[in-house]
Design a protein around this ligand. Structure first.
Ligand code: SF4
Length: 419
């Protein structure tokens, strides 16, 4: 089963990162909006990242400030220990299009963030990784890099269009000229990454937030969001892929942390199960959507997290059980095939979820399998897949019961083809 990135992209103007949507992506337009690149010492950059609690926006949510500190403390004077900066815009999650959108409308905000970090850490080269499945991202980066002067060297790389190709170690494998698939990491890349060098690898959106902080200062940046989660984040709003795995339209919006879901979701989306965090995310029950706020603090008690900001709504009335079966099949096919529990466990799990979609009560076996594969892979692919399936059984337990009784009332339950 294949699921392709969205065919169409709509980008709405936002309060910060997407404030220049109508300006055009040029360096001149960017400088007119944000000004010249400030000279920001490492200590201040770390302080800005930590005061604004900037976390990785690729899904794992690791604090950017801590990565900066780790790279700084592991760099050395010898060339072999010169730090490297990597902008990860590989965006393997098909339900996400925020990095593609950000690079299309504000590429220099992302590159400013990377340049600020490179200067502060003493790196001489920045690598930008996009995906072959997202040609717009590659074109946007190439055009933006060509506009930038200065003595920093830029390298661009194109990852395979696969779910796990955006994983940090998979990106470093690609940059080393090997297949861009995850491998076991014995030490964090911030200590030893590209060619054994301390490597600051983070998501394109994280670098854009770093740049916005440096340009605006913590106070103006923090004027939006909550006290614990200042600032904004990008969300990708989609509906489920069709039977051939195609997602039609992705709408990318920027929300302040703490903004209400009712501000961006259409009424029909508030009456149906909502997947938050993409295919490695978790289901939310319709009863929890009216008061839902876009913040980790609000989502955590619901068993969910923002992840890479991908939000899939079942406003089309389709059945969450059948959809979960479809996506679990896709995720099982996306294994890199290197770790037994993932290579063998995910197809077995997909089989049981397929059974559930066909109204066989396989919940006990599903519980066993998600327990067996979680924490057993070199990367988080089995964990994320299990999170999705477990949230179906827990958060949408009433939907599953009704589905097994043939009374789920989901209009499309029989129409969704489970590969
Ligand atoms: S857990 Fe799966 S996807 Fe990750 S490295 Fe192992 S086989 Fe590959």
């Amino acid at each position: 089963m294949t699921i392709l990135p969205p065919a169409r992209l709509e980008v709405r103007r936002g309060p910060l990162l997407l404030s220049g949507v109508d300006d055009g992506p040029t360096l001149a337009a960017h400088r007119a909006r944000f000004g010249e690149l400030p000279r920001t010492e490492l200590a201040l950059l770390v302080d800005l990242a930590e005061s604004a609690a900037v976390r990785g926006r690729g899904g794992a949510g690791f604090p950017l400030g801590r990565k900066l500190r780790t790279v700084a403390s592991h760099r050395g004077r010898v060339p072999s220990k010169r730090p490297v900066v990597v902008v990860n815009a590989a965006e393997g999650e098909p339900a996400s299009a925020k990095d593609e959108a950000l690079l299309a409308v504000a590429p220099h905000l992302v590159l400013d963030g990377a340049e600020l970090a490179a200067r502060a850490l003493g790196a001489r080269r920045v690598h930008v990784v996009t995906s072959e499945d997202r040609p717009l991202s590659g074109r946007s980066v190439a055009a933006a890099v060509a506009e930038r002067g200065g003595n920093l060297a830029w390298s661009t790389h194109e990852a395979e269009g696969r779910f796990v190709a955006g994983q940090a170690r998979a990106v470093l494998e690609l940059m080393a000229g090997r297949p861009g698939l995850p491998v076991t990491a014995w030490v964090p890349e911030a200590m030893e990454g590209h060619r054994g060098r301390p490597t600051l690898l983070s998501n394109a959106e994280s670098f854009a937030h770093l740049a916005a902080l440096a340009h605006l200062g913590a106070a103006r940046y923090g004027a939006r969001g909550t006290a614990d989660e200042p600032g904004t984040m990008l969300l990708t709003l989609t509906q489920p892929p069709d039977d051939r795995g195609r997602i039609d339209l992705a709408t990318v919006v920027e929300v302040a942390h703490g903004d209400l879901a009712t501000d961006v979701l259409v009424p029909a989306a508030l009456r149906a199960p909502l997947l938050v965090g993409g295919f490695h995310g978790a289901w939310l029950h319709p009863r929890d959507l009216r008061g839902l706020a876009w913040s980790q603090a609000h989502l955590r008690p619901l068993g969910a997290s923002l992840g890479a900001g991908a939000v899939v709504s079942l406003a089309d009335g389709s059945c969450p059980v059948a959809r979960t079966a479809q996506w679990t099949s896709y995720l099982a096919d996306e294994t890199a095939g290197r770790c037994g529990p993932c290579r063998n466990g995910l197809p077995a799990l997909a089989e049981e979820v397929r059974g559930l979609a066909q109204r066989a009560d396989t919940r006990r076996r599903i519980g066993q399998l998600t327990g067996l594969v979680t924490g057993r892979g070199a990367c988080a692919h089995p964990d994320g897949t299990s999170r999705l399936v477990r949230s179906l059984l827990t958060t949408l337990g009433d939907h599953v019961e009704a589905h097994l009784d043939g009374a789920c009332g989901c209009r499309a339950s029989s129409r969704v083809r489970v590969a």
